[in-house]
Ligand binder design. Sequence first.
Ligand code: RAT
Ligand code: ZN
Length: 423
Amino acid sequence: MSILITNGTELRNAVNRLVQNTPATDVHTHLYPASFSELMLYGIDELLTYHYLVAETFRHSSLSYDEFWGLEKHHQADHIWSTLFLEHTPISEATRGVLTTINKLGLVSDEPKLSQYRDWYDQIQPQELVDLVFDLAKVKDVVMTNDPFDQDERDKWNSKANVRSSLDNRFHSALRLDPLLNDWETTAKKLNQWGYRVDAQLGETDDESLGEITRFLWEWIQKIDPLYLAASLPSDFKYPNSDIRTILIQKCILPICAKAKLPLSIMVGVKRGVNPSLRLAGDMLASADVTSIENLCRDFPNQKFLVTFLSREDQHHLSVLARKFKNLMIFGCWWFLNTPSLIKETTQMRFELLGTSFVPQHSDARILEQLIYKWSHSRAVIADVLVDQYQGVLDTGWKITHDEVERDVNDLLSDNFWRFIKK
Ligand code: RAT
Ligand code: ZN
């Protein structure tokens, strides 16, 4: 028989223990397994030169963009370390993340020294680090972001070492389609070079080009066996619209998703490169059109959509939309929303509107060890919010058992996702 939770202290202890320890599936990352060699990013220099920290460094630094980008990576890391950690206090989410990571890896010392961290990393093999990090972060598996239009990525998938069936099975693939949907002109040229006969002036009756794009997508689905197809879309994304993106969605992407029985993941609200000098750190956000997702969910009731928005302003609209369409699964507090205060507000609102029927968080980790801090920080907030929700239930006289909390936490941290994407 399952044990009842009888008071607030027991509730807090049970929720904290379960949220901290339940293995999570991370539904969106930019990580790669060790067999992808240099694409797998790890180490203190990568952690420090994470683009979130680059943006923060320039707020203080007197270096020009060119001076900074002209430095070797370890000198960039030195500069970021002195600027954000020594000359200022590392209280931002991204800087605190580095500290949590160092701490949980057991590298804390009275006098923090980059050389000490670098020495530690010199002693550890990539595969060993993957095991250690998954263990510390309590992450059981992650979904990668696999771009079939990126030459480095293509080379990896085309090498024998990375046949899907022999990959580290904790790393699932996702076929990312940003270049197709957001930069058709360049992508059309590439497709032609690779032997797919497509016309840059794509029209909706151009069956040959549409067939060739579909052939390309199908071949990549066969090659990498993705859990879903995915795209991040700009804040001015509209569906339907009289643009090439709408043609591609209607004629290629949704039909191929249906054929392969795969969900489409849509991440909306980016303004890429508002400050190009910042490179990867130069992207911005803006409020976007949730009604476009409403249109897709209604027009394609048999298609599953995994959706997140970047702007805080769109979160309420999106949560209410998820009440209307069971083929919509909302996930994560994406990128600039991945800070404790915004995770708290967003997650609480989602519990209030959707119960436990959503995926509260993904890490978006680019550097392996970020799994440690991103999950530890998020779990702390999710646990706090969950305690408040359960307390509200207990206050009515309704009983809650440990098993029920365990079921809910498993749903939130992994099972909702797996159930949703099931073919
Ligand atoms: O969070 C990030 O690192 C961003 O740069 C993006 O990668 C974003 O998450 C995306 O998937 O486009
Ligand atoms: Zn991402």
